[in-house]
Design a protein around this ligand. Sequence first.
Ligand code: PLP
Length: 227
Amino acid sequence: MSSPVSPLVISERLAALRAIIPEGIELVAVSKFQPVESLKAAYEAGQRVFGESRVQELIVKIPQLPSDVKWHFIGHLQTNKVKQIVGKVEMIESVDSERLLELIDQESRKKDCISKVLLQVHVAAEETKFGFSADEVLDYFRSRKIETLTNTHISGLMAMATNTSDEAVIRKDFASVASLMREIREKINPGLRNFNVLSMGMSHDWPIAVEEGATSIRVGSAIFGPR
Ligand SMILES: *Cc1c(COP(=O)(O)O)cnc(C)c1O
């Protein structure tokens, strides 16, 4: 691991980011692989929403930060680890299968809590990324299976763009997710309440994501330095 960025630099980077992120856009500080000291520095600088991608790491970090931190889980969630995070996180952004969705709902019922989730949509060119295809998402909403969820609220969609420096490709990926979101809201399920979170954009491509309609961005290395 590279040595952590100093608390001062973290607070300066956060301030600089906040100055250019348009109002109303949520900033999720992606703190995976970063030491707790770095998260504390961000917290001191006013940051409250943090993104983690590994269950074990998240579980270790939660008790070390103040209880008003809102944790977003953003990595691939194995079905056997659902129990460990339901009730502890503000949002699971990376729901990538119906099976996972059902298990989250089951566990939330058991714990008598409501879980907020995003469906992760796969639009990038890379083969290995997890997620629903756009068609699978459409099928899911058309099927009305959402009505069988009792303790899970689908708040929107999450996506990553193709890992490329070609802005046109990145923009096309983000635009396709935004259009998927619109289609669900306007045509397939217009009655859907609070389906309004579009989480897309990371350190290198968040300005494009915002231009294409992101409401939430997930920024890691631009705040905390390399992992
Ligand atoms: C790591 C990660 C990020 C942040 O990436 P940076 O390039 O460090 O900003 C955002 N989203 C997801 C899903 C990630 O895994």
